[in-house]
Design a protein around this ligand. Structure first.
Ligand code: SAM
Ligand code: DTB
Ligand code: SF4
Length: 334
């Protein structure tokens, strides 16, 4: 078993081919390697494609909060659950740009704007375009996460230079309907295809700790790695349990299993940024350090994510200093 894992991981490291199909069985062999072996191989793959001491930093802003018609069982913003969150309207462009400027001063190179929508309405498109143009003018990369997009909407956002679109598959195809019933796994893949075909870079990942099995996590990563092109950015979130939501009492994911999942993401998607996303507030510094060893090379900075807490600038600055991590250089593509 160890021999076949050696072959698999060195093939991925040396010649990551965009059309190589990764099977669930191969991924499971890699996932189950002895921990030290798994992390060593993840490091080898990481170092073949990235500076291992560089970390990409993004900042989030909720541009439209709460009252969402979707029933995602993990979310504070779904109108289906009594989470106590106050809903608000789409933010004014000027306010978004003022927040983006502050994020830039705090070291963020990518600004990610999220809206609690099933999908954007046509009447919102001009405002979204103005936000993208304004944030780009500040010299930052732009990312949006607005729910489902049509090919036309994707094309419009691409035209004005949106760099990334975040749309998570969240979990395995098998487990998906346990978490969300108002749209399907297939709908998710369709939006990812629309975004990719429009020429926008893809950010797609999921959440661990929703009651899924280890196999579901492996399957989620296999789906992402086997997309026509793997996502440029792969956020791995640890569930932040939201009181009132369907998953308020889900059992926390085992930290070692979490690190193994990060390592598998790194090995299956060698050129992608693997983002240690939501849930860092509840992680020890040591666990975050292990995730970095396993190949995570991106985080969200700032003291809030969309609606939930994040460790905040002082804590993160100290952690990055202790780990000798430096900001990744920005390559503005357009
Ligand atoms: N409404 C858009 C959508 O669902 O695509 C964008 C915003 S949504 C909040 C973005 C992602 O955040 C979700 O797909 C999910 O993976 C993650 N997320 C939301 N709530 C979370 C929570 N409580 N814990 C961890 N991740 C969460
Ligand atoms: C992603 O995968 N994680 C971010 C981003 N994409 C949009 C969102 C995390 C949200 C955490 C819960 C909250 O702040 O409400
Ligand atoms: Fe709405 Fe997105 Fe939350 Fe789902 S995850 S309820 S789509 S804001």
């Amino acid at each position: 078993m160890a021999e076949s894992a050696t072959l698999l991981t060195s093939k991925i490291k040396d010649e990551p081919s965009l059309d190589a199909f990764i099977s669930f069985e191969d991924a499971k062999i890699i996932y189950n390697l002895p921990f030290n072996e798994l992390l060593f191989r993840a490091q080898q793959v990481h170092r073949a494609h990235f500076d291992p001491n560089a970390i990409q930093m993004s900042r989030l802003l909720s541009i439209k909060t709460g009252g969402c018609p979707e029933d995602c069982g993990y979310c504070s913003q779904s109108a289906h659950y009594p989470t106590g969150l106050k809903a608000s309207k789409l933010m004014e462009v000027e306010r978004v740009l003022a927040e983006a400027q502050k994020a830039k001063e705090g070291g963020a190179t990518r600004y990610c704007m999220g809206a609690a929508w099933r999908n954007p309405k046509e009447r919102d498109m001009d405002v979204l375009v103005a936000m993208i143009e304004g944030v780009k003018a500040l010299g930052m990369e732009t990312c949006m996460t607005l729910g489902m997009l049509t090919p036309e909407q994707s094309g419009r956002l691409a035209e004005v230079g949106l760099d990334y679109y975040n749309h998570n598959i969240d979990t395995s195809e098998r487990y998906y309907s346990e978490i969300i019933t108002t749209r399907t796994f297939e709908d998710r893949l369709e939006t990812l295809a629309n975004v990719r075909n429009a020429g926008i870079k893809v950010c797609a990942g999921g959440i661990l700790g929703m009651g899924e099995t280890v196999e579901d996590r492996i399957s989620m990563l296999v789906t992402l790695a086997n997309l026509p092109a793997p996502p440029e950015s792969v956020p791995i979130n640890r569930l932040i349990p939201i009181p009132g939501s369907k998953l308020a009492t889900a059992a926390p994911v085992d930290p070692i299993d979490f690190v193994r999942t990060i390592a598998l993401a790194r090995i299956l998607m060698p050129r992608s940024h693997v983002r240690l996303s939501a849930g860092r507030t509840e992680m020890s510094d040591e666990m975050q350090a292990l995730c970095v060893v396993a190949g995570a090379n991106s985080i969200f900075i700032g003291d809030t994510l969309l609606t939930a807490d994040n460790p905040g600038e002082d804590h993160d600055a100290a952690l990055l200093r202790r780990l000798g991590l430096t900001p990744m250089e920005l390559e503005l593509s357009r």
